[in-house]
Write a protein that binds this ligand. Structure first.
Ligand code: NAD
Length: 287
């Protein structure tokens, strides 16, 4: 990747993730010594999708680094909805488990919505429960989804003002696009949410002071689609034989952007670090 001369424009997700993990580590030590609580995260993986396995492994490694006790529940792909809910129920009741993470996607015969709703809202590390999503919509950001939360943190860290800015979010998923838009609205930005049915995407992206792209389409955003000095967050991940690609044509877009996240090493590590923050929050019951 040739970005010589533009390095200062790169948002270093790995460095920010390390900083967030350091914060978690010291808060966690205070929680252990002060109240005798060691935060516990239970992850649930149904089936053996390799990408999902890898994501769960990455989260467990982060738990090890910060001192969170993590337990791994791996269920066979043919698990029934009742069996899955029954595991969630038992984890809800387990006092050593402060946070629960259900790795998505689930096998097709299972309802992710029903499973999410079964997780106790106060143990909902991912912030996907309708109760937590509803709170987010009314401006009460307790447990919110990790990826948008990480992007907000990065904006704060890099001193990017949000109030009154034109923000465009490409992608309207429940895990990234919609909560991202709500978090920007809560901060008084003006939002456009674009998606696969948006007519003339470029018309919107060209007006963005801040652009968040979460479509999962390799190099969807080209340099001629952004305005000079825009701040760009690339959430997308496309895994190909020769590497991992984002939704943004990084090498060309960086020449116009004022700040941009790379893929890999941008939004991904910050997302995982925010999950650690959320587990700690669940253990502290601080929301
Ligand atoms: P999704 O896959 O559920 O949906 C894709 C969204 O993009 C939809 O809103 C769709 O309408 C829109 N879209 C698709 N093609 C488009 C196009 N050509 N033009 C405009 N919009 C288009 O969304 P998701 O679950 O938010 O995932 C999006 C991407 O982000 C995926 O690549 C996923 O792997 C990645 N992701 C990364 C992280 C991370 O931590 N880095 C976290 C979550 C998701």
């Amino acid at each position: 990747m040739s970005v010589e001369g533009y390095e200062s424009r790169i948002i270093d997700g790995k460095a920010l993730a390390r900083q967030i993990e350091d914060e978690v580590k010291s808060e966690l030590e205070a929680l252990e010594s002060g109240r005798g609580i060691t935060p516990g995260l239970a992850t649930i993986l149904v089936g053996d999708d390799p990408a999902s396995r890898m994501y769960v492994r990455i989260k467990h490694r982060a738990c090890e680094r910060v001192g969170i006790r993590a337990e791994d529940h791996i269920l066979p792909a043919e698990t029934s909805q009742e069996e899955l809910i029954s595991l969630i129920d038992s984890l809800n009741k387990n006092r050593d488990v402060h946070a629960i993470l259900l790795q998505l996607p689930l096998p097709k015969h299972l309802s992710p919505q029903e499973a999410m709703e079964a997780i106790a809202p106060e143990k909902d590390a991912d912030g996907f429960h309708p109760y937590n999503m509803g709170k987010l919509m009314i401006g009460d950001e307790g447990l919110v989804p990790c990826t948008p939360h990480g992007i907000i943190r990065a904006l704060e860290e890099y001193n990017v003002p949000v109030k009154g800015k034109n923000v465009v979010v490409v992608g309207h998923s429940n895990v990234v696009g919609k909560p991202m838009a709500a978090m920007f609205l809560n901060r008084n930005a003006t939002i456009s949410v674009c998606h696969v049915f948006t007519d003339d995407l470029k018309r919107y992206t060209l007006g963005a002071d801040i652009l968040v792209v979460a479509a999962g389409v390799k190099h969807l955003i080209k340099a001629d689609m952004i305005k000079e000095e825009a701040v760009i967050f690339d959430v997308g991940i496309t895994q190909e034989k020769d590497g991992v690609y984002g939704d943004v044509d990084f090498e060309n877009v960086i020449k116009k952007a004022s700040l941009i996240t790379p893929v890999p090493g941008g939004v991904g590590p910050v997302t995982v670090a925010m999950l650690m923050k959320h587990v700690l929050k669940c253990a502290e019951k601080n929301f």
